[in-house]
Design a protein around this ligand. Structure first.
Ligand code: ATP
Ligand code: MG
Length: 151
C-alpha cells in the first residue's frame, strides 16, 4: 500500500494542507483520521471545513457522535471516541454514501463498519508544534486523489 507524507511545523500548516485536500474532495469520500489525543484531528477537520467554504466553527463533537456542516457540499464530522459500543450501527452508511464528505476521528474504533475504500490520515506528534501527517489511500479513487495532492 502506498503512503504519502506531509510535515507540518505549525497549526496553520495543517489547516492549509487540509484545505488543499478539501479542494479535491467529492461527495461520498470518506476520511479516517487517526492520532493520539491532541494530535490535530479536529484541527485537520477545521481545515477541510475551510476548504469547503463552511463558515460555522467546527469543534470536537464531544457529546454528539456526528455533526453535519453545510458548505460547498456537506461535511459529516464524526468522533467515535466516546461511542460505548463500537458495533452499534448509528446509520453510518447513510453518511458514507451520502452527498457529502465524511471525516471520522478515531475511525479504527468502528473498523468493521468502515467502507472498504477509504483515505486514512494519521497525525503523529513529532514535537510541540510539529506533526507528521501520513496518508494511506485504499482503493483507486484515493490513490488518484493522493497523486494529485502530492503532484
Ligand atoms: N502542526 C500542528 N498541526 C496541528 N495541530 C497543532 C500543530 N501544532 C500545534 N497544534 C495544536 O495541537 C492541538 C490539536 O488539537 P486537536 O483538537 O486538533 O487534536 P485532536 O487530535 O482532535 O484531539 P482529540 O483526540 O482530543 O480529539 C491544537 O491546539 C493545535 O493548535
Ligand atoms: Mg478531536
Amino acid at each position: 500500500m502506498s503512503e504519502y507524507e506531509f510535515i507540518s511545523t505549525q497549526t496553520q500548516d495543517t489547516l492549509d494542507f487540509a484545505k488543499r485536500l478539501a479542494a479535491l474532495l467529492q461527495p461520498s469520500d470518506v476520511i479516517a483520521l487517526e492520532g493520539d489525543l491532541g494530535a490535530g484531528k479536529t484541527t485537520f477537520t477545521k481545515g477541510l471545513a475551510l476548504g469547503l467554504d463552511i463558515t460555522r466553527t467546527v469543534n470536537s463533537p464531544t457529546f454528539t457522535i456526528i455533526k453535519e456542516y453545510n458548505g460547498k457540499m456537506p461535511l459529516y464530522h464524526m468522533d467515535v471516541y466516546r461511542l460505548s459500543d463500537s458495533s452499534e450501527d448509528l446509520g453510518f452508511d447513510e453518511y458514507f454514501e451520502g452527498s457529502g464528505v465524511t471525516v471520522v476521528e478515531w475511525a479504527h474504533l468502528i473498523e468493521e463498519q468502515l467502507p472498504e475504500e477509504i483515505l486514512t490520515i494519521q497525525l503523529r506528534h513529532t514535537g510541540d508544534d510539529t506533526r507528521k501527517i501520513v496518508l494511506q489511500p485504499k482503493g483507486p479513487r484515493y490513490e488518484q486523489l493522493c497523486k494529485e495532492l502530492f503532484s
